[in-house]
Design a protein around this ligand. Structure first.
Ligand code: AMP
Ligand code: GLY
Length: 427
C-alpha cells in the first residue's frame, strides 16, 4: 500500500516508524514530516490542511490510504473531502468525518454528546454573550476553582482554571469578547474535578473498537507539574492507577457508550478516539475527547503495540476490525521530551542537534526538527522524544535519561521528574 501520513511531530514519527514495519507497506509519504520521518519515507513539503494539494499529490502518487495525525485537517473535514470526490473516494482516510471531529472541535458538542449517552463527565453549562447572566448564575452555584473552556480549538490554550469567583466572571466576559478569537464565542463552564488524569486511546471502525495501552502525559513545563501548560513533556504507559477494574469501568461506561453513540447518531468515525480521563474517587470521568492520538502519548502507546498497524488501519477502512486482535508488549514504555529553552513561551529554533547516533536501547522520535544542509536542527518547541522500554516505569525512565545525556543542543531543557507522582522518581 502507498500511505500518506499527515503531520510533523513526534506522534507522526512514531506512527511512521510503526507503519514502516508493515509487510503491506509499499511507499510512505509524510506531509510535511520532520528530520526523523525523512529516514522512514519521503517527506512532502505540503500543508496537511491544503486539501487541493493533498488531492493532486494522492492521485499522482497512487495513494491508497491517508493517515491523519493532527486534529486540524479532521476538524476542517479532510475525511469528507476525500469521500465526496469521485477521484479520491477509493482512498481510505483514517480519522473521523467532519461531524465526528466536532468531539474535539467543539467542547459544547462533546458535552451534549456525553449527556445524550450518559457518559460520566463534569457538570457544565454552555454560554454565549446573550446568556452571560445565566453563566454567572451557574458560576454562583459552583464552588471554586472555576473551569472556563473556549468551545473551539485554541491550540491547547483555551482552558482557564480560576480560584476567585469575580475573576472567573470577568474572564467569562473577556472570553466571550474574543480572548481566544472565534473559538471562545461560546464558553463551556465546568464543575472542577479533582483527581488524577490519564489518556485512553480507542481505535474504531465505527462498529467495533480496540482499546490501546493506557498512558499518562505530563503537561506542565516545570517539575512537580508546575508552570505553564505545554503540549506534553513526557509520558508513561501503562499507568499504575488505571488497573483492570478501573479499565473495565472505562470500557463499560465510556468506551462502549461513545462508540455506540456515534453509531446510533450515524456519525462516521474510522480512526482514533482519545479520551482524556480523570479518576475521581475511583471512578472515571471524561475531561475531554480528542479525535486523534495524543502527543507524546503516541511515543509510548505505539511502541507497545506489537500488531501490524497498517493491517489494523486496513481493517478500520473495511469495517472488519472485529476480526483483529491486539497484541501488546507487556513491557513498560516511557518517553521524555527534550525541548527548546524558553518553550512554551519564546524560544529559538535552528539549533544543531548532536549525539543522537550515540543513543543505545532507546528510540528517538523527532518532534520539532528539520534538515539544514544535511544537518539535524531544532525547528520547534518540543524537539525530541526519547522513548525506552523497561520491566518497570523506573527502569524505562532511567534508560531514557541515560541516553538523553548523550544528546545535546543549545539551551536544551527537559523535566527530570517524569513519573514523579507515581513513586517520587527523580533523575
Ligand atoms: P482540556 O483542554 O479540556 O483537556 O483541559 C485541559 C486541562 O485542564 C485538562 O487536562 C485538565 O488538567 C484541566 N481540566 C479541564 N477540565 C477540568 C475540570 N472540569 N476539572 C478539573 N480540571 C480540568
Ligand atoms: N498530550 C496531549 C495531547 O496530545 O493533546
Amino acid at each position: 500500500m502507498n500511505v500518506l501520513l499527515l503531520g510533523s511531530g513526534g506522534r507522526e514519527h512514531a506512527l511512521a516508524w510503526k507503519l514502516k514495519q508493515s509487510k503491506n507497506l509499499n511507499s510512505l509519504f509524510i506531509a510535511p514530516g520532520n528530520a526523523g520521518t525523512a529516514s522512514l519515507g519521503q517527506n512532502v513539503p505540503m500543508s496537511a490542511t491544503d486539501f487541493p494539494k493533498l488531492k493532486a499529490f494522492s492521485l499522482e502518487n497512487k495513494i491508497d490510504m491517508v493517515v491523519v495525525g493532527p486534529e486540524d485537517p479532521l476538524v476542517q473535514g479532510v475525511y469528507d473531502f476525500f469521500l465526496a470526490d469521485k477521484e479520491l473516494s477509493h482512498i481510505a482516510v483514517i480519522g473521523p468525518s467532519k461531524i465526528g471531529a466536532k468531539l474535539e472541535g467543539s467542547k459544547d458538542f462533546a458535552k451534549e454528546f456525553m449527556m445524550r449517552h450518559n457518559i460520566p463527565t463534569a457538570q457544565y453549562k454552555s454560554v454565549t454573550s446573550s446568556t452571560i447572566e445565566e453563566g454567572c448564575a451557574f458560576l454562583d452555584s459552583l464552588s471554586a476553582p472555576y473551569v472556563l473552556k473556549a468551545d473551539g480549538l485554541a491550540a491547547g490554550k483555551g482552558v482557564l482554571i480560576i480560584n476567585d469567583l469575580s475573576e472567573a466572571k470577568e474572564n467569562l466576559r473577556k472570553m466571550l469578547d474574543g480572548m481566544f478569537g472565534a473559538s471562545s464565542r461560546t464558553v463551556v463552564i465546568e464543575e472542577f474535578l479533582s483527581g488524577i488524569e490519564c489518556s485512553v486511546f480507542v481505535l474504531t471502525d465505527g462498529k467495533s473498537y480496540k482499546i490501546l495501552p493506557v498512558a499518562k502525559d505530563y503537561k506542565r513545563i516545570g517539575e512537580g507539574d508546575t508552570g505553564l501548560n505545554t503540549g506534553g513533556m513526557g509520558a508513561i504507559s501503562p499507568v499504575p492507577f488505571a488497573d483492570e477494574t478501573f479499565m473495565q469501568t472505562v470500557e463499560n461506561e465510556i468506551v462502549i457508550p461513545t462508540v455506540e453513540g456515534l453509531r446510533k447518531e450515524n456519525i462516521t468515525y474510522k480512526g482514533f478516539i482519545f479520551i482524556g480521563l480523570i479518576k475521581v474517587n475511583g471512578e472515571p470521568k471524561v475531561i475531554e475527547y480528542n479525535v486523534r492520538m495524543g502527543d507524546p502519548e503516541t511515543e509510548v502507546v505505539i511502541p507497545r503495540l506489537k500488531s501490524d498497524l497498517l493491517e489494523l488501519f486496513s481493517a478500520v477502512a473495511t469495517e472488519t476490525l472485529h476480526e483483529k486482535t491486539l497484541e501488546i508488549d507487556p513491557r513498560c514504555a516511557t518517553t521524555v521530551m527534550m525541548v527548546s529553552g524558553g518553550y512554551p513561551e519564546h524560544y529559538e529554533k535552528g539549533k544543531p542537534i548532536s549525539g543522537i547516533e550515540n543513543v543505545e536501547n532507546s528510540l528517538v522520535f523527532h518532534a520539532g526538527t528539520s534538515l539544514k544542509n544535511g544537518e539535524i536542527v531544532s525547528s520547534g518547541g518540543r524537539v525530541l522524544a526519547v522513548t525506552s522500554y523497561g520491566g518497570t516505569i523506573e527502569d524505562a525512565l532511567s534508560t531514557s535519561y541515560e541516553n538523553m545525556g548523550k544528546i545535546n543542543f543549545e539551551n536544551v531543557y527537559y523535566r527530570r521528574d517524569i513519573g514523579f507522582d507515581l513513586k517520587n522518581l527523580r533523575f
